[in-house]
Design a protein around this ligand. Sequence first.
Ligand code: IPM
Ligand code: MG
Length: 360
Amino acid sequence: MTKKIALLAGDGIGREIMAEAVKILDCLRQDFGLNAECEPAAIGGAGYDQCGQPLPEATLALCERSDAILFGAIGGPQYDSLERELRPEKGLLNLRSSLALFSNLRPAILYPQLADASSLKAELVAGLDLMIVRELTGGIYFGQPRGIRELDNGERQGYNTLVYAEHEVERIARSAFEIALLRERKLCSVDKANVLEVSELWREVVIRVAADYPEVELSHMYVDNASMQLVRAPKQFDVIVTTNWFGDILSDTAAMLTGSIGMLPSASLDQDGKGLYEPVHGSAPDIAGKNMANPLATILSLAMMLRYSLAQPELAGLVETAVGKVLDQGLRTADIAGGGASIGTSEMGDAVVLAMRDPG
Ligand code: IPM
Ligand code: MG
């Protein structure tokens, strides 16, 4: 059956990196029998420019009838002064929540070819392969009430609400335990249970779910300590499960351990494995349109899509192997070149296609 893939390039470098992912998709369809049709749609600032909304109705409808969504990046300084509801970020947040994409997988893998790119000493990160499972549709990002109100004395007060219901913790915990089963079977739940009631409940539910996964070794860590441990001894972690907010922060730290946020893919999955796949990096307006962005995070996101939503693990492996080959060939975009020779976005995409077609 033909699979349907929505392509949401978004803003900034989003368009350039998406164009490279499309080259890979075309190659998979032409040469490797992938049966998929792709349809582009606007989101973020592009959605606002075209339809006055960061998540246009037609885009949401396309995503609803698609099997998977490939996402570029959103945001740009020209949109920062819009009211919050119209800002690009809102398009992504609404999409995550409308499609119930509650489980966000953010792997941080250090490619041996890029060991020198990490800001940490090579021995601390050699072989690093950890997975952050971030809750994505709850917590402080979506909790009500929220806003900015005026106090009796006329001073303004900003407020947000950090809430988790038991079922939300339970399903993300299950998702993380399942992933741990496929890896080193070590799961660390990160919370702030020494201060927050919501974390106390989080921890209790995670412990309850753990009873169904006796093969997985569960530990708990406070988020401040976790942020320190991630830069002190990151290899102690296999899978980390945490809240939307903590996961946002810790996944950027984990990304940097690998040397380049330009290399990291992510998946956001619903209960049935439908997913949105996006690079961890943002829209990088400073380098947009300059053919400088690294398309590999988007290409690796496509590989995750093939594995998790399209049931094509061999094709996923093919793409990942091709990325390894271009790194072996010494090809680097500027972000991973360490000041050395670099190639452009489109050249990198072409090189991956060549490597996929190369039988050697
Ligand atoms: C991320 C981003 C988003 C988030 C922004 C763009 C809304 O930082 O995907 O990590 O905070 O979730
Ligand atoms: Mg973030």
